[in-house]
Design a protein around this ligand. Structure first.
Ligand code: PLP
Length: 392
């Protein structure tokens, strides 16, 4: 597929040629665990890597391959690997990049389960980590140790929406040849392409915007060809967190409408954040598209559009925050994001409950902070629900 084509076109057409599949417009679903060899000798050649062709779905599957090729193109990487969940992608990448005694430098305020994984890696495998605020070059430089083998970033950071200047971090990382990994879940490849800014690995929880319909758990890693081939034969194949062909098939479908959906998520979010800001019960709104947002300029530079996620703090206590959630009707109380349905959650007791209270406070997650994943409904209806729950 012509790489010069625009994102919207590539999301639909790249990675698949219908004429090689009897004209089937949609990629066939190869729902099979294994593949038969025509002869014993061909089986030997496939295992020896001397012949193309599939062996067993944990080692590769044609439907999954379509998704991987599309994602590599959309993130401007050389290759992609699909995983059974975002966390399978995160853990396979971190275990690939580290060994006992190494150090991971992380952005402060990461996804709750990634935080849990880092604890586990430290306790069980003596792989240490630091969570820091990547404010400027000097700060990043100062925190890099001799044993740092990976810089791990989320931007925007969940759920505070703080951004990390990826180009700035890449500049420092390159001085020491340290790979930079970015969890790009909140943006999707449509809004931010870290590889184009020099980052080495991009991770997605494809469960979110890429799937977009709340019916799949899946993960993706995009990066350079060689390391990804190595990962495919080690931390993917042998740890075994592979994606099912049906999930890949759903995600290929999801990708076709990604840009249209995200445009609408953003449009709705841009209508809602000023209304939230103006409401007397709302203390503070965190949205990268807000001119008052601390990193508004960086958001404009780094992201194509400011995204569909809004966090906001309401006046009162934890119990009052919970009572507010209980008054929402159209908006569903649920973790996850990027779905057609607007979802709201309470990070302090839900996604970030595993993070100790002191750490949470340091990350800027108060007991009245709420995270809204703006859906595809009419923004007027979403606002009516928010307003009536706030007004009570
Ligand atoms: C959801 C999420 C993950 C984990 O993905 P799963 O598909 O749930 O395993 C990782 N990072 C971010 C930012 C997420 O939102």
């Amino acid at each position: 597929m012509d790489q010069q084509k625009k994102f919207e076109t590539l999301a639909i057409h790249s990675g698949y040629d219908s004429l090689k599949h009897q004209g089937s417009l949609v990629p066939p679903l190869f729902q099979t665990s294994t593949f038969t060899f025509p002869t014993a000798e061909e089986g030997e050649r496939r295992f020896a890597g001397e012949s193309e062709g599939y062996i067993y779905t944990r080692l590769g599957n044609p439907t999954v391959k379509v998704l991987e090729e599309k994602m590599a193109v959309l993130e401007q990487g050389e290759a992609a690997l699909a995983f059974g969940s975002g966390m399978a992608a995160v853990s396979a990448t971190l275990f690939y990049l580290t060994k006992t005694g190494d150090h991971i430098l992380c952005s402060e305020g990461i996804y709750g389960c990634t935080f849990g994984l880092l604890q586990l890696m430290e306790e069980k495998h003596n792989i240490e980590h630091n969570l820091i605020s990547f404010t400027d070059e000097e700060t990043v430089r100062r925190h890099i140790k001799d044993n740092t083998t990976c810089i791990y970033i989320e931007s925007p950071i969940n759920p505070t929406m703080k951004l990390v200047d990826l180009e700035m971090v890449v500049k420092v990382a390159k001085e020491k040849n340290i790979p930079v990994v970015v969890d790009n879940t909140f943006c999707s490849p449509y809004l931010q392409q870290p590889v184009a800014l020099g980052c080495d690995y991009v991770i997605h929880s494809a469960t979110k915007y890429i799937g977009g319909h709340g019916d799949v758990i899946a993960g993706i890693v995009v990066g350079k060809k060689e390391p990804l081939q190595e990962m495919a034969m080690t931390t993917l194949k042998d740890i075994g967190g592979v994606m099912s062909p049906f999930d890949a098939w759903l995600l290929v479908r999801g990708l076709k409408t990604l840009s249209v959906r995200v445009d609408r998520h953003v449009e709705n979010a841009q209508k809602l954040y000023p209304l939230l800001k103006a409401h007397p019960k709302v203390k503070k709104v965190f949205y990268p598209g807000d001119e008052d947002f601390e990193q508004y300029e960086l958001a404009k530079r780094q992201m194509k559009k400011p995204g569909g996620m809004i966090s906001f703090e309401i006046e009162g206590t934890k119990e009052e925050a919970q009572a507010f959630l209980n008054r929402c009707r159209l908006i569903k109380i649920a973790v996850s994001l990027g779905d057609a349905e607007t979802l709201i959650q309470h990070p302090a007791t839900m996604t970030h409950a595993v993070v100790p209270p002191e750490e949470r406070a340091k990350m800027g997650i108060s007991d009245t902070l709420l995270r809204l994943s703006v859906g595809l409904e009419s923004w007027e209806d979403i606002w009516e629900d928010l307003k009536s729950a706030l007004d009570k």
